[in-house]
Design a protein around this ligand. Structure first.
Ligand SMILES: [Zn+2]
Length: 304
């Protein structure tokens, strides 16, 4: 608890410092005196924004709670003794983190971490193990998911970053133009530069968005295959190393719990729910029934 407090406090501290630096430099950006000061302020502004974003990350992610952490470490120490040699079930270098921005469990190859939502832990221990192992499954093989996932992470970062820069350059362009003080040639140059930058960043954002949408559509089938194979990885590990006879029941519990959480969000924010539901159901993930059926058929022990 103590640690968690420090982490969130550090987040607010960084966000505060970053916010002050970017606000202060932004105010100076609006009133430039010469080109070098402008460039210096622009640099400081970007650094301030970066510190702000890091603070944001600290605020919205938390260290895992003890119970899930224990389950995670237990799986890390468990070795696959049947088909995969002496490999640990979860890579010892993998990290675990709470992030409550989305329901369920997810992984980010870029930071080598598995994330989970605190709401998605009110399920049986075996189902939690299933979820963690499913995410590990995504790291395991050279899944199209890892490459496409990494690609999409970069594209998403691109959308955020260039979107952010386009808004900023637009604001700078507007504030510079509104000054109406055109006798200085430098000011005119700055207006032209910020206008061009805005156009470039804006078009770049649109381009990134199109690429992002096209990636999901184009690679829908391989992405869905990755879900099946990560399910299979988790189900086999549960069956062979934790003595769970019907891992399909765990998968059903996990998915129905996540859908319940989406329903809960839907009550609050309908449009957000719709978007998330599309990302979750429509694009990259096969339906609950399809996924459960596959595990039932291929991995569950048949009752005699
Ligand atoms: Zn998955």
């Amino acid at each position: 608890m103590q640690k968690l407090f420090t982490r969130v406090t550090a987040g607010y501290f960084l966000a505060g410092i970053g916010g002050i630096i970017s606000f202060y430099t932004f105010v100076s950006l609006i009133r430039p005196t010469n080109l070098w000061e402008y460039i210096l302020n622009m640099g400081l502004f970007l650094i301030g924004s970066l510190i702000f974003l890091i603070g944001f990350y600290f605020i919205f992610t938390k260290l895992p709670d003890e119970r899930i952490s224990q389950l995670f470490n237990q799986i890390k120490e468990t070795k696959y003794c049947i088909s995969e040699g002496e490999e640990p079930l979860i890579d010892p270098k993998r990290g675990l983190m709470i992030c409550n921005l989305m329901p369920g469990y997810y992984c980010l190859p870029l930071v080598n971490r598995i994330f989970y939502n605190e709401n998605s832990t009110k399920i049986s221990e075996d189902s939690i193990r299933f979820s963690l192992l499913h995410e590990e499954g995504h790291f395991r093989e050279v899944q199209s998911n890892v490459i496409i996932g990494l690609f999409k992470e970069i594209v998403s970062a691109g959308i955020l970053f260039s979107g952010f820069l386009s808004v900023i350059s637009f604001l700078i362009f507007v504030t510079l133009s509104l000054r109406g003080n055109f006798e200085k040639a430098e000011l005119l140059v700055l207006i032209a530069i910020s206008g061009i930058l805005f156009l470039v960043f804006f078009l770049q954002t649109i381009l990134f968005l199109l690429i992002w949408l096209m990636t999901t559509r184009t690679f829908q089938t391989p992405l869905q295959m990755d879900e099946y194979s990560s399910d299979a990885y988790a189900a086999k590990a549960l069956r062979d190393c934790f003595g769970v006879e019907k891992p399909s029941l765990c998968l059903r519990e996990v998915l129905e719990d996540i859908m319940k959480d989406f329903e809960r969000i839907r009550g609050k924010k309908r449009s957000f729910y719709r978007k998330m539901q599309y990302v979750f159901k429509g694009g990259t993930h096969p339906s609950i029934e399809d996924r459960v059926e596959k595990i039932e058929k291929y991995i569950d022990k048949k009752s005699s």
